[in-house]
Each structure stands twice: as structure tokens, then as C-alpha cells.
Design a protein around this ligand. Structure first.
Ligand SMILES: Nc1nc2c(ncn2[C@@H]2O[C@H](COP(=O)(O)OP(=O)(O)OP(=O)(O)O)[C@@H](O)[C@H]2O)c(=O)[nH]1
Ligand SMILES: [Mg+2]
Length: 294
């Protein structure tokens, strides 16, 4: 069978995680209309019954790091280019001349793997602008294929998979068919909670939070989950909790609904907010929250 690895690379907020979910037809990666949503390498496994398996590595958007967490994220993205069979470069930039992608383009030039370009969010640009963008990226002469995509609706996503399949070598089935990710339920739950924070909170607040699952236990057909939300500032803690605790309640309710779907079981979710000064620059905290070499 054809099997191999593909890294999904691009600037923050271009739609990489939305693309992974669209490819898999299942949500394994959280998404938000905010940059720097993804913090870890997220493995998503695409299966075609015994014929093809593509292991996708969704990565944090590449940008200049502002703290140790940012450095970890950047390394998680760039290191994913080693030992992959293909790279899927996602952009939402209509024209490469705009320059935002320059650094990534230079890094991709040095990669050995063939590169497929997805010009995503084509719903936001007109046909002329798309044509111009296509020609402009094509003139760089570094892409094996270029496709215009709309990850939110799934438009051209099957075509993208077909283009990637061509570059997968003959190989073993790395993961059992039927599983779409090897991430633990604990990790997925912590991400679901973080996603709701990104949806409910603004500005710097959601970027400064981390979620740690403290308890995850099943009793009488109910999964009891207790999670700690770390924030860097006391003032942020107040914002997260909200007036009469309403904000946190909303976050908890929305997260619980997603977690119940994931686990196909009733869930009792408890959230606690704790202040941890500068955790994004603390090696110890980053390590204990799972932001370490993977
Ligand atoms: N209009 C439009 N929006 C899209 C499309 N694809 C993704 N989005 C939106 O773009 C935003 C960012 O999507 P993500 O998938 O979280 O982006 P990302 O590249 O993974 O971002 P980071 O994890 O921060 O690097 C979300 O609000 C998506 O709904 C698209 O084709 N069209
Ligand atoms: Mg992402």
C-alpha cells in the first residue's frame, strides 16, 4: 500500500488545522479565528481501506517567537519537515509578493520532500486575484502541485489528498485503519477546553492560558473530569471567571458538550483557574504541561 508522512506548514491562522479536520472528516485539531491556536504537533491519520495511509502532522503557525512557548512551537513546526514524504504548505496570502510567507518559502526550499501548495480561503478572493496568485506562486518553481482550497467547506480537499497520494511511497500501514489520531483522550479534552477559551476570550487572554487535566475518572457511567486553567495574570483570572462566574460557566458548558461527543458519555466537568506567573517562559511549567520535545 501507499503510506507516508505529510507535514502541514504555514503562517498562523491560514487554516491548517481546519484543513486537517476536513481531510480526515473528523475534528482532531482545534481551530479558532485567532493566530497561534495550535501549539503542538497534532498527528491525524488519513486512511483509505488498505490502499493508502497518510499520517499528517498539523503544526503551529510559523511566526517570530515571543517566549519559550513560542520557541517550542516554532521548533515543533520546522522540525516536522525532517523525514516527511511531502509537505503541505498552506497560505491564505493571495500573492507571495506580500512577503508574509518569505521565511517559510526559504525553509521549504531547503526541504527534500516535494511541496504541495494550498492557496486556502479562496472564498475570500475573486477569480482574477486567484489566477494572479497561482501564477505568482508557480513562478517560484518549487511546488509539485498548487490547488485553491476552501478548508471550511471542504472544497478541493479531496483533490488535495489525491495530489499528496502521488508522493506517498510504498510502505507499511503505520496505524490501525479506523483510528484518526493517536492523541490521548486527556490531551484532546484539554485542547477542547483551550479552544473554548479562544472562542470566548479576546486579545492576549486566551494566548496566555494552558489547561492541565488533574482528574479523569469514570464512575457510574459518568466521566468526571477536573481541569486547571493556568493564566499568567491575576487580572486575566478575573476576566476568565467573569461576572458571577458566568464566563467560566459558559466555557465549561460548551467544552463539556464537545467532550461528551468525544467520549460518547455523560461528563461532569470541573474547571479551576490558577495564576502562574510567566509560565510561558518557565521550562518547568512548559515541561509539566507537555510542551516539550516530541
Ligand atoms: N473563509 C474561510 N475561512 C477559513 C477557511 N479555512 C479556515 N478558515 C478559518 O480560518 C481560521 C483559522 O483556522 P485554523 O485552522 O485554526 O488556522 P491554523 O492555520 O491552524 O492556525 P494556527 O493553529 O494558529 O497556526 C478559522 O476561523 C477557520 O474557520 C476557508 O477556506 N475560508
Ligand atoms: Mg492550527
Amino acid at each position: 500500500m501507499k503510506s507516508g508522512f505529510t507535514a502541514i506548514i504555514g503562517r498562523p491562522n491560514v487554516g491548517k488545522s481546519t484543513m486537517l479536520n476536513a481531510i480526515l472528516g473528523e475534528k482532531v485539531a482545534i481551530t479558532a479565528d485567532k493566530p497561534q491556536t495550535t501549539r503542538n504537533r497534532i498527528r491525524g491519520i488519513y486512511n483509505e481501506d488498505g490502499e493508502c495511509q497518510i499520517v499528517f502532522l498539523d503544526t503551529p503557525g510559523i511566526t517570530r517567537p515571543k517566549n519559550k512557548l513560542g520557541e517550542y512551537m516554532r521548533a515543533a513546526a520546522l522540525d516536522s519537515l525532517a523525514d516527511v514524504d511531502a509537505a503541505l504548505f498552506v497560505t491564505d496570502q493571495a500573492l507571495p509578493e506580500k512577503g508574509g510567507d518569505n521565511y517559510i518559502i526559504e525553509r521549504l526550499r531547503k526541504a527534500d520532500a516535494p511541496i504541495i501548495l494550498a492557496i486556502n480561503k479562496i472564498d475570500r478572493i475573486g477569480p482574477d486575484e486567484y489566477k494572479q496568485a497561482y501564477e505568482s506562486f508557480e513562478s517560484l518553481g518549487m511546488f509539485a502541485d498548487i490547488l485553491g482550497t476552501e478548508a471550511v467547506s471542504g472544497k478541493n480537499v479531496p483533490e488535495l489528498v489525491t495530489a499528496l497520494k502521488k508522493h506517498m511511497p510504498e510502505g507499511p500501514q503505520f496505524f490501525p485503519a479506523g483510528i484518526t489520531t493517536d492523541l490521548s483522550e486527556r490531551f484532546l479534552v484539554s485542547e477542547m477546553i483551550r479552544e473554548k477559551m479562544l472562542h470566548y476570550l479576546r486579545d492576549e487572554v486566551p494566548h496566555g492560558v494552558a489547561v492541565e487535566i488533574e482528574k479523569f475518572a469514570e464512575k457510574d457511567n459518568i466521566t468526571h473530569i477536573s481541569a486547571v486553567i493556568y493564566t499568567e495574570k491575576k487580572s486575566h483570572k478575573g476576566i476568565i471567571i467573569g461576572k458571577d462566574g458566568r464566563k467560566l460557566k459558559g466555557i465549561g458548558k460548551s467544552a463539556r458538550e464537545d467532550v461528551e461527543k468525544l467520549l460518547a458519555q455523560k461528563v461532569f466537568l470541573e474547571l479551576w483557574v490558577k495564576v502562574k506567573d510567566n509560565w510561558r517562559d518557565s521550562d518547568f511549567m512548559l515541561g509539566s504541561l507537555g510542551y516539550k520535545d516530541q
